[in-house]
Design a protein around this ligand. Structure first.
Ligand code: HEM
Length: 206
Protein backbone atom coordinates (compact mmCIF):
# COMPACT_ATOMS: atom_id res chain seq x y z
CA UNK A 1 0.00 0.00 0.00
CA UNK A 2 1.15 3.53 -0.73
CA UNK A 3 0.96 4.60 2.94
CA UNK A 4 3.34 1.78 3.93
CA UNK A 5 5.75 2.62 1.12
CA UNK A 6 5.72 6.30 2.10
CA UNK A 7 6.56 5.42 5.68
CA UNK A 8 9.41 3.17 4.62
CA UNK A 9 10.86 5.41 1.94
CA UNK A 10 10.77 8.63 3.97
CA UNK A 11 11.98 7.04 7.20
CA UNK A 12 15.55 8.30 6.96
CA UNK A 13 14.50 11.87 6.25
CA UNK A 14 12.06 11.76 9.16
CA UNK A 15 14.78 10.56 11.50
CA UNK A 16 17.17 13.32 10.41
CA UNK A 17 14.52 16.01 10.92
CA UNK A 18 13.33 14.58 14.22
CA UNK A 19 16.86 14.44 15.58
CA UNK A 20 17.55 18.04 14.60
CA UNK A 21 14.28 19.18 16.11
CA UNK A 22 14.50 17.32 19.41
CA UNK A 23 17.71 19.19 20.35
CA UNK A 24 16.05 22.52 19.68
CA UNK A 25 12.88 21.54 21.51
CA UNK A 26 14.70 20.39 24.64
CA UNK A 27 16.58 23.69 24.71
CA UNK A 28 13.44 25.82 24.77
CA UNK A 29 12.93 27.57 28.10
CA UNK A 30 10.88 30.64 27.27
CA UNK A 31 7.71 31.44 25.41
CA UNK A 32 9.75 33.62 23.08
CA UNK A 33 11.99 30.70 22.10
CA UNK A 34 8.93 28.55 21.51
CA UNK A 35 7.41 31.34 19.38
CA UNK A 36 10.64 31.44 17.34
CA UNK A 37 10.30 27.73 16.61
CA UNK A 38 6.67 28.19 15.62
CA UNK A 39 7.73 31.00 13.27
CA UNK A 40 9.90 28.47 11.41
CA UNK A 41 6.95 26.10 11.09
CA UNK A 42 4.69 28.94 10.02
CA UNK A 43 7.01 30.07 7.23
CA UNK A 44 7.44 26.60 5.78
CA UNK A 45 4.02 25.02 6.35
CA UNK A 46 2.35 28.33 5.45
CA UNK A 47 4.11 28.44 2.08
CA UNK A 48 3.47 24.73 1.51
CA UNK A 49 -0.24 25.05 2.21
CA UNK A 50 -0.61 27.83 -0.36
CA UNK A 51 0.86 25.51 -3.00
CA UNK A 52 -1.13 22.51 -1.80
CA UNK A 53 -4.39 24.46 -2.00
CA UNK A 54 -3.60 25.39 -5.60
CA UNK A 55 -2.71 21.84 -6.68
CA UNK A 56 -4.93 19.49 -4.69
CA UNK A 57 -8.05 18.00 -6.26
CA UNK A 58 -10.59 18.84 -3.55
CA UNK A 59 -13.04 16.22 -4.84
CA UNK A 60 -10.46 13.56 -4.00
CA UNK A 61 -9.71 14.99 -0.54
CA UNK A 62 -13.09 16.21 0.76
CA UNK A 63 -11.79 17.27 4.21
CA UNK A 64 -8.90 19.25 2.68
CA UNK A 65 -9.90 22.59 4.26
CA UNK A 66 -10.15 21.05 7.74
CA UNK A 67 -6.54 19.90 7.46
CA UNK A 68 -4.93 23.34 7.06
CA UNK A 69 -2.49 24.34 9.83
CA UNK A 70 -1.40 27.89 8.90
CA UNK A 71 -4.04 29.70 10.99
CA UNK A 72 -3.45 27.57 14.09
CA UNK A 73 0.29 28.30 13.95
CA UNK A 74 -0.37 32.04 13.51
CA UNK A 75 -2.77 32.01 16.48
CA UNK A 76 -0.17 30.30 18.69
CA UNK A 77 2.55 32.80 17.69
CA UNK A 78 0.23 35.72 18.40
CA UNK A 79 -0.76 34.27 21.78
CA UNK A 80 2.94 34.02 22.67
CA UNK A 81 3.48 37.66 21.73
CA UNK A 82 5.46 36.97 18.55
CA UNK A 83 5.15 38.45 15.07
CA UNK A 84 3.76 36.23 12.33
CA UNK A 85 6.51 36.01 9.67
CA UNK A 86 6.35 35.84 5.87
CA UNK A 87 5.62 32.51 4.19
CA UNK A 88 8.33 30.59 2.32
CA UNK A 89 8.19 30.72 -1.44
CA UNK A 90 10.13 29.81 -4.58
CA UNK A 91 13.10 27.46 -4.16
CA UNK A 92 12.59 27.23 -0.40
CA UNK A 93 9.59 24.99 -1.12
CA UNK A 94 9.30 21.63 -2.88
CA UNK A 95 7.78 21.43 -6.32
CA UNK A 96 4.00 20.96 -5.98
CA UNK A 97 2.45 21.21 -9.40
CA UNK A 98 -0.27 18.57 -9.34
CA UNK A 99 -2.57 16.56 -7.09
CA UNK A 100 -0.11 13.70 -6.53
CA UNK A 101 2.72 16.04 -5.51
CA UNK A 102 0.29 17.87 -3.20
CA UNK A 103 -0.57 14.53 -1.56
CA UNK A 104 3.13 13.82 -0.95
CA UNK A 105 3.59 17.19 0.77
CA UNK A 106 0.37 16.68 2.74
CA UNK A 107 1.61 13.31 3.95
CA UNK A 108 4.48 15.14 5.67
CA UNK A 109 2.23 17.83 7.17
CA UNK A 110 -0.40 15.35 8.34
CA UNK A 111 2.25 13.01 9.75
CA UNK A 112 3.62 15.88 11.83
CA UNK A 113 0.39 15.70 13.89
CA UNK A 114 1.67 12.37 15.26
CA UNK A 115 4.94 13.82 16.55
CA UNK A 116 2.99 16.97 17.49
CA UNK A 117 1.48 15.16 20.44
CA UNK A 118 4.95 14.51 21.87
CA UNK A 119 6.06 18.06 21.12
CA UNK A 120 3.02 19.69 22.76
CA UNK A 121 3.60 17.61 25.91
CA UNK A 122 7.25 18.71 25.97
CA UNK A 123 6.31 22.36 25.61
CA UNK A 124 3.67 22.10 28.28
CA UNK A 125 6.19 20.64 30.70
CA UNK A 126 8.97 23.10 29.87
CA UNK A 127 6.85 26.29 29.79
CA UNK A 128 3.92 27.49 31.85
CA UNK A 129 1.45 27.57 28.99
CA UNK A 130 -1.73 26.17 30.46
CA UNK A 131 -3.68 25.08 27.42
CA UNK A 132 -2.82 28.09 25.28
CA UNK A 133 -0.27 28.36 22.47
CA UNK A 134 -0.45 24.65 21.71
CA UNK A 135 -3.21 24.50 19.12
CA UNK A 136 -0.89 23.66 16.22
CA UNK A 137 1.00 20.85 17.93
CA UNK A 138 -2.18 19.55 19.60
CA UNK A 139 -3.75 19.61 16.17
CA UNK A 140 -6.75 17.28 16.07
CA UNK A 141 -6.42 16.33 19.75
CA UNK A 142 -8.21 13.07 20.50
CA UNK A 143 -9.17 12.92 16.85
CA UNK A 144 -5.55 12.68 15.66
CA UNK A 145 -5.55 8.94 15.07
CA UNK A 146 -8.87 8.82 13.16
CA UNK A 147 -7.79 11.82 11.05
CA UNK A 148 -4.49 10.08 10.24
CA UNK A 149 -6.22 6.83 9.37
CA UNK A 150 -8.73 8.62 7.14
CA UNK A 151 -5.88 10.38 5.35
CA UNK A 152 -3.99 7.12 4.81
CA UNK A 153 -7.19 5.54 3.47
CA UNK A 154 -7.55 8.35 0.95
CA UNK A 155 -3.88 8.04 -0.03
CA UNK A 156 -4.27 4.33 -0.62
CA UNK A 157 -7.22 4.79 -2.95
CA UNK A 158 -5.15 7.01 -5.23
CA UNK A 159 -1.87 6.69 -7.11
CA UNK A 160 -2.70 3.15 -8.19
CA UNK A 161 0.31 2.45 -10.39
CA UNK A 162 4.01 2.47 -9.51
CA UNK A 163 4.81 5.57 -11.55
CA UNK A 164 2.14 7.59 -9.75
CA UNK A 165 3.25 6.27 -6.38
CA UNK A 166 6.81 7.32 -7.16
CA UNK A 167 5.61 10.89 -7.75
CA UNK A 168 3.95 11.02 -4.29
CA UNK A 169 6.98 9.50 -2.56
CA UNK A 170 9.44 11.87 -4.27
CA UNK A 171 7.30 14.87 -3.29
CA UNK A 172 7.18 13.69 0.35
CA UNK A 173 10.95 13.25 0.47
CA UNK A 174 11.53 16.65 -1.10
CA UNK A 175 9.16 18.17 1.47
CA UNK A 176 11.19 16.69 4.33
CA UNK A 177 14.50 17.75 2.75
CA UNK A 178 13.44 21.32 2.08
CA UNK A 179 12.14 21.61 5.63
CA UNK A 180 15.58 20.57 6.90
CA UNK A 181 17.16 23.20 4.64
CA UNK A 182 14.69 25.79 5.95
CA UNK A 183 15.89 25.02 9.49
CA UNK A 184 19.53 25.22 8.45
CA UNK A 185 18.92 28.57 6.81
CA UNK A 186 17.40 29.88 10.05
CA UNK A 187 20.40 28.59 12.00
CA UNK A 188 22.72 30.55 9.73
CA UNK A 189 21.07 33.71 11.10
CA UNK A 190 20.11 32.38 14.53
CA UNK A 191 17.88 33.76 17.23
CA UNK A 192 20.61 34.31 19.90
CA UNK A 193 18.55 33.06 22.82
CA UNK A 194 17.73 29.72 21.18
CA UNK A 195 21.33 29.07 20.13
CA UNK A 196 22.62 29.75 23.63
CA UNK A 197 20.11 27.35 25.07
CA UNK A 198 21.06 24.72 22.54
CA UNK A 199 24.69 24.92 23.66
CA UNK A 200 23.57 24.71 27.27
CA UNK A 201 21.38 21.75 26.44
CA UNK A 202 24.33 19.82 25.03
CA UNK A 203 26.00 19.99 28.43
CA UNK A 204 22.91 19.27 30.48
CA UNK A 205 21.63 16.42 28.27
CA UNK A 206 24.71 14.88 26.64
C1 HEM B 1 10.48 16.11 17.79
C2 HEM B 1 9.96 15.92 16.62
C3 HEM B 1 9.20 14.71 16.19
C4 HEM B 1 8.96 13.56 16.85
C5 HEM B 1 9.40 13.17 18.25
C6 HEM B 1 8.20 12.72 15.98
C7 HEM B 1 7.73 11.49 16.29
C8 HEM B 1 6.93 10.71 15.51
C9 HEM B 1 6.33 9.47 15.89
C10 HEM B 1 6.48 8.82 17.27
C11 HEM B 1 5.65 8.99 14.83
C12 HEM B 1 4.91 7.67 14.74
C13 HEM B 1 3.55 7.81 15.34
C14 HEM B 1 2.72 6.56 15.16
O1 HEM B 1 3.07 5.70 14.31
O2 HEM B 1 1.71 6.47 15.84
C15 HEM B 1 5.80 9.95 13.77
C16 HEM B 1 5.26 9.82 12.53
C17 HEM B 1 5.41 10.74 11.52
N1 HEM B 1 6.02 11.97 11.61
FE1 HEM B 1 7.08 12.63 13.17
N2 HEM B 1 8.00 13.36 14.80
C18 HEM B 1 8.59 14.59 14.91
C19 HEM B 1 8.58 15.58 13.99
C20 HEM B 1 8.01 15.49 12.76
C21 HEM B 1 7.93 16.56 11.80
C22 HEM B 1 8.43 17.98 12.04
C23 HEM B 1 7.34 16.05 10.70
C24 HEM B 1 7.03 16.71 9.40
C25 HEM B 1 7.47 17.88 9.02
C26 HEM B 1 7.02 14.67 10.96
C27 HEM B 1 6.42 13.81 10.07
C28 HEM B 1 5.96 12.57 10.38
C29 HEM B 1 5.30 11.67 9.45
C30 HEM B 1 5.02 11.95 7.98
C31 HEM B 1 4.95 10.55 10.17
C32 HEM B 1 4.15 9.37 9.66
C33 HEM B 1 4.96 8.12 9.42
C34 HEM B 1 4.01 7.02 8.95
O3 HEM B 1 3.77 6.94 7.74
O4 HEM B 1 3.49 6.29 9.80
N3 HEM B 1 7.44 14.36 12.23
N4 HEM B 1 6.58 10.99 14.21
Amino acid sequence: MLSDKLKEETKTNHQILEKALVGQLKAIRSQQEYADLLRLFYGYFGGLEVKINEAIDKDLLPDNAERRKTQAIADDITFLGGDVPAKAEGDDLPRINNHLEALGALYVIEGSTLGGKIISNMMQQQLQLGNKGLSFFRSYGDNTEPMWNTFKGILNRQAQNLAEQAVVIAAANETFLKFGQWFEKAKASPQPSLTEREQENKTVFP
